[in-house]
Design a protein around this ligand. Structure first.
Ligand SMILES: [Zn+2]
Length: 293
């Protein structure tokens, strides 16, 4: 691998005043069969290679958003509390959000909001530091209420999968902000519950598009999909993953949002994409979608 473990991409501006940077916080290697779910190998293997353990190389991409005088971190990576065995099995390198920030000269104490798209280990593991305390001391952690409830629910599928300890540590510190549905964090930056991947998965929408506010230019918007669309390879809306808890919901909401993203030329950020970001999406003649050329 020639790319550095930690890197901060150049900023892109939206709505004139909102700066967005991708913070590359390491790598992990999900099982290719699980990652592509129902999609047959002859289709996905055209554009992605597996290693000798059948895994694909993915990024842990975090987003740093500066809007007004507020700074927002989206996602926290795996953090540092995984066992060595789990790190090896999942092919994790890096994954510590605070270390990634310091490596590129960003102070973790400068974060005002931490948005968790959902509570799986590769997104929420870094909510806390090595000692189990919140890693971002001045931040409110934004989680959909449905997701927090699912983490504490009794569904067997979620057992051991959601980062419950991390969630509870942040709640005990008084830093948890549970939200419900679509909520504006600061002017021009909103979270939106999508469900699909998990019960309370949320995406982040950037740009001026507020009910009752300034309309803004629809092409001057960006979206961070979370694991609803983890990489550009999964833009075709029926390409759901085996890790999607609610695949029918995922297809419906992907179909609606991807069509909007293509029509309004939104810039797309992907949480596990190893390539340059952001990119745009375009419709194909057959009514599907693909990365824009
Ligand atoms: Zn993920």
């Amino acid at each position: 691998m020639t790319e550095p473990l930690h890197a901060l991409d150049e900023a892109k501006r939206f709505a004139g005043e909102i700066s967005v940077r991708v913070l590359r916080a390491g790598w992990f290697r999900p099982d290719a069969g699980g990652f592509f779910g129902v999609v047959p190998q002859p289709l996905w293997s055209r554009f992605v290679e597996t290693d000798e353990r059948g895994r694909i190389l993915c990024r842990l991409n975090l987003l740093l958003i500066d809007a007004g005088d507020k700074r927002i971190l989206v996602e926290t990576g795996t953090g540092v509390r995984m066992t060595d065995r789990a790190r090896d099995f999942k092919g994790v390198e890096g994954g510590d959000p605070a270390a990634a920030m310091r490596a590129v000269g960003v102070d973790p104490a400068s974060i005002d909001f931490v948005v968790l798209t959902h509570l799986h280990y590769d997104h929420a593991g870094g909510m806390v530091d090595a000692s189990g305390r919140p890693a971002f001391l001045n931040a409110r952690y934004v989680v959909q209420r449905d997701e927090a409830e699912a983490a504490h629910g009794d569904e067997l599928r979620h057992a051991g999968i959601m980062e419950v300890e991390q969630l509870d540590a942040v709640r005990a510190a008084g830093q948890l902000a549970e939200v419900n549905g679509e909520v504006e964090l600061v002017p021009g930056v909103r979270v939106m519950r999508t469900g699909g991947h998990t019960r309370g998965s949320q995406a982040v929408l950037i740009g001026l598009d507020r009910p009752g506010g300034r309309a803004g230019d629809p092409t001057d918007r960006a979206v961070f999909w979370g694991d609803l669309i983890p990489t550009r390879w999964q833009i075709p809306v029926r390409w759901t993953s085996a890790y999607d808890d609610y695949p029918i919901d995922a297809i419906e909401v992907r179909n609606e949002l991807v069509a909007r993203a293509a029509a309004e030329r939104w810039w797309c950020y992907f949480t596990h994409d190893p390539g340059p970001l952001p990119i745009r999406i375009e419709a194909t003649e057959k009514g599907n979608f693909r990365p824009a050329e």
